[in-house]
Design a protein around this ligand. Structure first.
Ligand SMILES: C[S@@+](CC[C@H](N)C(=O)[O-])C[C@H]1O[C@@H](n2cnc3c(N)ncnc32)[C@H](O)[C@@H]1O
Length: 210
């Protein structure tokens, strides 16, 4: 596994997740919940860097066939337990996203919630997701913005792991913007993200027509 290239060591995440509590809680990210009305209810979904599965499980609850990909097998085992407790199926894949293939035009939706990918890997992953979306498919993202370094509510300090709207749009120039926002929001996600934070939020669509 090319752990060096990711700067995100699986053992670090395994250690973090190796406890009964869910570090970021079991409720979906607020941004995903706020967009529930837009989510497809059939087809394939990809939840990248899904950790303990709170977002993948929520997508499965909408009726989607979800694959959760993450470096951490400890996180993914918790994701499987969460899915079982909610009575939904979740396909988990322990993999480095820099090497995870996506079948072109296969996905109804892909979500990236606090994936913290370095820019070099991130561009490739985003481009693969762009190709992987079906016509009309959605890409929903929430990440910490570089300004999050002024806040204490969580997230990495390395600026290369922090996302701005323009970075993500540069990776996915062919997708249509539905929402592209940067700003402050009050986070209450387990004990991992707590307090006022500064986030980047996007909903993009492949070939959207308004
Ligand atoms: C802050 S956690 C977010 C987890 C989840 N998305 C959530 O919001 O609850 C970041 C996750 O990204 C995963 N991750 C980081 N780099 C990765 C990579 N290159 N490939 C796969 N997973 C990665 C970590 O294992 C960790 O679970």
């Amino acid at each position: 596994m090319s752990v060096q290239a990711t700067r995100e060591c699986p053992s670090m995440w395994n250690e973090k997740y190796n406890q009964t509590d869910y570090v970021y809680g079991t409720a979906p990210c607020q941004w995903l919940l706020m967009n529930q009305h837009r989510l497809p209810t059939t087809g394939l979904a990809l939840a990248i860097a899904d950790g303990e599965g709170r977002n993948g499980v929520f997508l499965a609850e909408q009726g989607l066939q979800v694959t959760s990909v993450d470096l951490s097998e400890v996180g993914l085992r918790k994701a499987e337990r969460l899915a079982a407790s909610r009575g939904v199926a979740l396909n988990t894949v322990q993999s480095d996203l820099s090497r995870h293939p996506v079948v072109p035009e296969s996905l109804a939706i892909a979500v990236s919630i606090y994936a913290h990918l370095p820019s070099k890997i991130r561009s490739d992953v985003h481009q693969r997701i762009g190709q992987g979306l079906q016509p009309g498919g959605l890409f929903l993202l929430e990440a910490f913005h570089p300004r999050q370094r002024d806040y204490t509510s969580g997230g990495p300090r390395d600026p290369d792991l922090l996302y701005q709207v323009e970075d993500v749009l540069a990776d996915l120039p062919d997708l249509t913007i539905i929402d592209a926002l940067e700003g402050q929001t009050l986070l209450a996600e387990g004990y991992g993200h707590v307090g006022l934070g500064y986030v980047t939020r996007l909903v993009l669509q492949k070939g959207a027509s308004l």
